[in-house]
Design a binder for this molecule. Sequence first.
Ligand code: FAD
Length: 399
Amino acid sequence: MNFGLSVADQRFRAEVRAFIDAELPSGVRDKLAEHRSLTRHEIQDWHRRLNRRNWATPGWPARWGGPGFTAVQRSIFFDELHQAPAPEPVSFNVAMIGPVIATFGTQAQKERFLPRIRNLDDWWCQGFSEPGAGSDLAALSTAARRDGDHYGVNGSKIWQGMAQHADWMFTLVRTDASAARQAGITLLLIDLRLPGVTVRPILTMDGRHEVNAVFLDDVRVPLDCCVGEENGGWAIAKFLLGSERTGIARIGMSRHILRRARQLAALRPSESGMLSADPVFRQQAASLEIELLALEITQMRIVADADAHPDTPDPRSSILKIRGTQLRQQASELLLWAAGAPALAAAGEFEHFTGDDAPAGADWAPTVAPVYLSLRAASLYGGSTEVQKNILARTVLGL
Ligand SMILES: Cc1cc2nc3c(=O)[nH]c(=O)nc-3n(C[C@H](O)[C@H](O)[C@H](O)COP(=O)(O)OP(=O)(O)OC[C@H]3O[C@@H](n4cnc5c(N)ncnc54)[C@H](O)[C@@H]3O)c2cc1C
């Protein structure tokens, strides 16, 4: 779909698509299409291919050595990745800590970290949430106490995405317990190979290992790993959380799931022939497609304004997060319907079927339920739906 895209933007879309077709290994595309986990090497390899094209840092302006995409180009870029499907560049690196160091870091920190961030030589994870501090992040209690040329850090973090692959964690710690909650917080960069760091896997209900808990016991973090002022971390955290919202609606991903649901429905018998001919299925699929189109128009309106205010996060991006998540969840419900009961079976259940005996979709069906299950968490991470609604009420509706 090309909503009033300029010729240059249409050309850019074609260029991104051609790059993905030429460079994305088919095994990676297949794994993503079936919601299977990629290895560290596969993600790193793709990220580096993007970096060679200067596309691993789509949100970086040219003055940081990024591609200097316009907001519309960024939106097109992510849409093409999501539809392919291809992995996004590792966002903890390029959308979170990279911009933070480029904006608030010392010259030495920029030189030390930025080139390694963009090429995924160092893999970063985000250590913000704690067992008692999620939506209310300022309640965090992991403590850092100055001790000579180090901070001694003690506490624990939870839900660190992909920390099993990570070398470093950017984290919020409490450096002044006597100050007002937000005033006593500092942003530290912690090398996960330091003594006292333990990363433990958390297996989620989709059967995957994507998140972890990180324990910090007397970890000695050099003072030069503090970003910005000590006790000035809250403003940096707000910058980080608000800075890169492009692609948050993940419309291309919803379209990919819907496409797959339609393919599977064409294989599945139902009372009225194949499920793909069932009027209720068709109505729900069409309705979802229309909603996705409506969201795409909303996204374009928000994105079109972004270049005029590049340094101010648009609170309306909360609409994109809420609605994008709802539609992806709906798409996964259609996919589950299309797969039917075999979706609930464990992967090995159908192995004894051969040839014509095999129920339609026996091989793919067990890859469907994990998509549905993992998307339940999408309304929590990246700012929960309720918290996004609070933002909209306050900043957009003025309530
Ligand atoms: C898959 C996944 C990956 C994650 N990855 C990371 C990561 O890499 N790094 C990291 O630091 N964190 C990560 N998180 C943590 C995520 O940021 C938190 O789960 C999120 O901030 C919510 O915090 P919580 O889990 O403590 O829930 P809570 O904050 O306790 O919320 C529980 C419920 O209460 C609601 N609620 C809370 N406050 C309000 C309010 N003021 N008004 C109305 N309703 C409210 C919430 O919407 C939610 O429904 C991840 C989480 C998940 C599920």
